[in-house]
Design a protein around this ligand. Structure first.
Ligand code: GDP
Ligand code: MG
Length: 457
């Protein structure tokens, strides 16, 4: 390897946007083409992510003749969660995502979750590229499979070009209303000040080379500051999962540093910090297509950036969306324990001290935080008396019962993207506690609002 190259880690990319804009399809498209042509090009499925090696990206941007030199080992794209709540990717401090692709449906423009995503990106100061997807739906679009967008656009009729320009202008205006300057990427002269828009089709692949090239260009620009490999572990818990025969495991994204089997780690738990030892570092088997159950590769050590499954004791109450820390030889465990719980504490401090309000439950700390922020906003303004992370259990219902005497309408659990255990549901029914469940924050609010309106009548 050339000097210095091994010092760079792979950048981490997230795909965000409103439901049905084509996030999953776009990822499939980037992943799929070469697989169909019989050359997987080293693309590997990871835990909660897909790894695209540099050679593959270079190959796919060749037609742009931009001589895309990718000096990082590859690109790690986080899989968009099925339930459409990207909020679990939110993580303060660790800066999980280096760059994002914000997908907008060219036929629909900005939608509710587009704006939600934009606000998250602004808050975290994350660089992003707008993929203006579904260009193939412009009436009369002539398919130019996997072509750079400039070439594809030249093949289109005057009418198609006119409709495209009209829709693009509208969307640029909408983004401007959100305080963002954007421009079609090949017309953008102020890269950095003005965000890039890349028209794409996740079905026929137009614009995909351009999207990849922009990601490459961006990495070159930020390489030194952001993507230097360090030995300090930077790691975020994405999901907490019970696996048959393995107990509770955590799926993490290792952003920087190296993890070893046997490392002592500390993670945030709902009942306090969890200090444990890595029993196994796992990645999916390359032959995962065969869906062999529980077929994972074991590793002695793994280097960033990667998606990894960690097996260790005592992870039952681990909180997704928080940082994972490794205890080094010179570290004080007590300091690290405190650092681990910092995120949790700041979220806890936001609940109403008067003790009157609804109970809120979410899948991750990030989504809980988003939900609390939402409930607190002036238009919504719903007080919260209790919070928890993970499935709704009997004990959560019991806590909500306390509200029955004080403020009956608040004897409610708003459960966001979590399961309710059958016993918990049973107890809720017996005691008169209402449980609302939803995968989208607004739906939860709408249900509760309806319930409150009925209550007042
Ligand atoms: P997600 O909810 O953002 O992950 O959206 P999906 O990837 O599941 O796509 C939603 C729907 O839009 C599916 O029926 C896709 O086939 C379709 N779709 C996605 N991308 C495109 C595109 O570029 N062109 C067209 N015509 N349809 C698309
Ligand atoms: Mg999807």
């Amino acid at each position: 390897p050339k000097r210095g190259e091994d010092k760079l880690r792979s950048p981490i990319c997230c795909i965000m946007g409103h439901v049905d804009t084509g996030k999953t399809k776009l990822l499939d498209c980037i992943r799929g083409t070469n697989v169909q042509e019989g050359e997987a090009g080293g693309i590997t499925q990871q835990i909660g992510a897909t790894y695209f090696p540099a050679v593959n990206i270079r190959e796919r941007t060749r037609e742009l003749k931009a001589d895309a030199k990718l000096r990082v080992p590859g690109l790690l794209v986080i899989d968009t969660p099925g339930h459409e709540s990207f909020t679990n990717l939110r993580s303060r401090g660790s800066g999980l995502c280096d760059i994002a692709i914000l997908v907008v449906d060219i036929m629909h423009g900005l939608e509710r979750q587009t704006i939600e995503s934009l606000n998250l990106l602004k808050m975290r100061n994350t660089e992003f590229i707008v993929a203006l997807n579904k260009v193939d739906r412009l009436s009369g679009w002539k398919t130019c499979k996997n072509k750079p967008i400039f070439k594809a656009m030249k093949q289109q009729s005057k009418d198609v070009q006119m409709e495209f320009n009209w829709r693009l202008t509208q969307i640029i205006t909408q983004l401007k209303e959100q305080g963002l300057n954007t421009e079609l990427y090949y017309k953008n002269k102020e890269m950095g000040e003005t965000y890039n828009i890349v028209p794409t089709s996740a079905i026929s692949g137009e614009g995909i080379p351009d999207l990849l090239l922009l990601l490459v260009k961006w990495t070159e620009k930020t390489l030194v500051e952001k993507l230097m490999f360090t030995n300090e572990v930077q790691c975020t818990v994405l999901e907490v999962k019970a696996i048959e025969g393995q107990g509770t495991t955590i799926d993490v994204v290792l952003v920087n540093g190296v993890l070893h089997e046997g490392d002592q780690i500390v993670v945030c738990g709902t009942q306090g910090p969890i200090v444990t030892t890595i029993r196994a570092l796992l990645t999916p088997h390359p032959m995962k297509e065969l869906r062999i159950k529980g077929s994972y590769l074991h590793h002695k050590e793994l280097k960033a950036a990667q998606g990894v499954k960690i097996n260790a004791q005592g992870l039952d109450h681990a909180v997704a969306g928080t940082g994972l820390y490794v205890v080094g030889p010179d570290d004080d465990v007590e300091d690290i324990k405190e650092a681990t719980m910092q995120d949790m504490k700041s979220v806890m401090s936001r609940i109403d001290k008067s003790g009157t309000g609804v109970c809120v439950q979410a899948s991750t700390l990030g989504s809980l935080e988003a939900l609390l922020e939402f409930l607190k906003s002036p238009v919504v303004n719903i007080p919260v008396s209790g919070i928890n992370i993970g499935p709704v259990h009997k004990s959560d219902v019991r806590r909500a019962c306390a509200m029955l005497e004080r403020n009956r309408e608040y004897a409610t659990i708003l459960a966001f993207d979590v399961k309710v255990t059958p016993v918990a549901r049973e107890l809720a029914k017996e005691s008169g506690v209402k449980i609302f469940t939803a995968d989208i924050i607004y739906h939860l609010f709408d249900q509760f609002q309806k319930y409150m309106d009925n209550f007042k009548e």
